[in-house]
Design a protein around this ligand. Structure first.
Ligand SMILES: Cc1ncc(COP(=O)(O)O)c(C=O)c1O
Length: 436
């Protein structure tokens, strides 16, 4: 393929290296991509944690085509279209009890910034506007908006933009290699890492200055860090004791990946807001949102009735095509019982990836739901180098993966066959071996 590649400044990509040897994907069906050179590449990462129902799903394709023929665009500013209302109702039905108001956006980053703004507006509305400090967590990822990088804890995502952050502090990450390196499911140790919220952060800043605590229930973008048993429960208890809002970023965990509709349900802790994106539309259209507890929403329904209660939104918030994709995806999850399928595939992936523990240079294997991380020893004192090599090699061996740092991630589509998961893991093993 003779596609010029200079003009497109690629996101989160080493542009110079990519453009020296482009890896282009030209089509996809089910769990397979086809590369520009005609090779088949198994989709080991569901596109980018999005394509749970597999690529080109007929129900989603048809729904989007029908929407295109009926209503290509209508804004949701002062007018509306039925799809956005229908999608929000459906999501509210699926969410934990009490969380039943849905603000629609186009991405996980927008969802994060939206949630932080709702939190600030809420505290102003209830007469506690001094609460404007956010608590995130080291190694957390909440997208790339200024709010998201402020509460996020990925050092490289913050460094170049340090002057423009919201007021924030960060919990330590839950990662504890001495005790969690080779664990199946949730680690038994580490619940006490949550206590730092009370003993250090609240002690330092004062609970009544804090707007919200923002964490991913399972951290994906820094190499699949799984919450220790009891950790999220303790965070919830501390937030309740001090009246803090707890926000879960479910951008990768939402809509089935961990064996329930939301990780909040899978792990048994209900936050005050849930951020979502990715799987909600099966990746077929940009779509995200914030599910808000009704009491927060209701507190903001005040002021003159001719004015918007929240001065916030995006031109494409609740875009008709995205809503059509979202509704079709939610129907697909239900009709094809894909969440039950995630549960039945979980031990298949778990057993297969833990089989890689004996490969030389593998320093950790961890998994939860239909996601797994295989961490490799740092090469030449340069963190991330071996991960990048292994990710490129995996593509050549025919499996698409992600490598945050030196951890290779597998998060296969929910529709994968057990045999396909074995193939993905086998190709990953070849890629790992090629880097030593
Ligand atoms: C937990 C989490 N939050 C937010 C985001 C940002 O989402 P987006 O890239 O759609 O802005 C991501 C993306 O991977 C994510 O994993």
């Amino acid at each position: 393929m003779n596609q010029p590649v200079d003009a497109f400044w690629m996101p989160f990509t080493p542009n110079r290296r990519f453009k020296a040897a482009p890896r282009l994907l030209v089509s996809a069906r089910g769990v397979r991509y086809t590369a520009a050179d005609g090779r088949e590449v198994l989709d080991g990462i569901s596109g980018l944690w999005c394509v749970g129902a597999g690529h080109g799903h007929p129900r989603i394709r048809e729904a989007m085509k029908a929407q295109m023929d009926t209503l290509d665009f209508a804004s949701n500013f002062q007018v509306g279209h039925p799809g956005a209302f229908a999608l929000a109702e459906r999501i509210a039905d699926l969410a934990p009890e009490g969380l039943d108001r849905v603000f629609l956006v186009n991405s996980g980053s927008e969802a994060c910034d939206t949630a932080l703004k709702i939190a600030l507006a809420y505290w102003q509305a209830v007469g506690q506007g001094q609460r404007n400090l956010f608590v995130g967590r080291e190694r957390g990822f909440h997208g790339t908006g200024f709010g998201g990088i402020s509460v996020g804890g990925m050092t490289l995502n913050r460094r170049a933009f340090g002057g423009a952050m919201l007021r924030s502090d960060h919990l330590r990450s839950t990662w504890d290699p001495a005790n969690q390196a080779f664990v199946r499911g949730q680690p038994q140790t580490g619940a006490e890492f949550a206590d730092e919220l009370e003993t250090r952060i609240l002690a330092l800043h004062g609970a009544n200055n804090i707007a919200a605590v923002v964490v991913e229930p399972v951290a994906g973008s820094t190499g699949l860090l799984i919450p220790p048993l009891g950790y999220l429960q303790r965070l919830r208890e501390i937030c309740d004791r001090h009246g803090l809002l707890l926000i879960f970023d479910e951008v990768i965990t939402g809509f089935g990946r961990f064996g329930d509709m939301f990780a909040s349900q899978a792990l048994g802790v209900v936050p005050d807001m849930i951020l979502f994106a990715k799987t909600v539309s099966n990746g077929a259209a940009p779509l995200g949102g914030v599910i808000v507890h009704r009491r927060i929403h209701d507190a903001l329904m005040q002021g003159p009735e001719f004015l918007a209660e929240l001065m916030h939104g995006y031109t494409c918030s609740g875009h008709p095509l995205a809503c059509a994709a979202g509704l079709a995806m939610l129907e697909t999850l239900e009709q094809e019982q894909l969440i039950a399928r995630v549960r039945s595939l979980t031990p298949v992936l778990e057993n297969a990836v833990h089989g890689l523990a004996s490969l030389p240079g593998v320093v950790s294997v961890r998994n939860l739901g239909l996601a797994a991380g295989v961490e490799l020893a740092v090469k030449d004192g340069q963190p991330g180098l071996r991960g990048a090599m292994a990710q490129a090699a995996a593509f050549d061996f025919g499996v698409l993966t992600r490598a945050p740092g030196d951890t290779l991630i597998l998060a296969p589509p929910f529709v994968s066959e057990p045999e396909e998961i074995h193939q993905m893991v086998a190709r990953l093993a070849s890629a790992i071996e090629s880097t030593f």
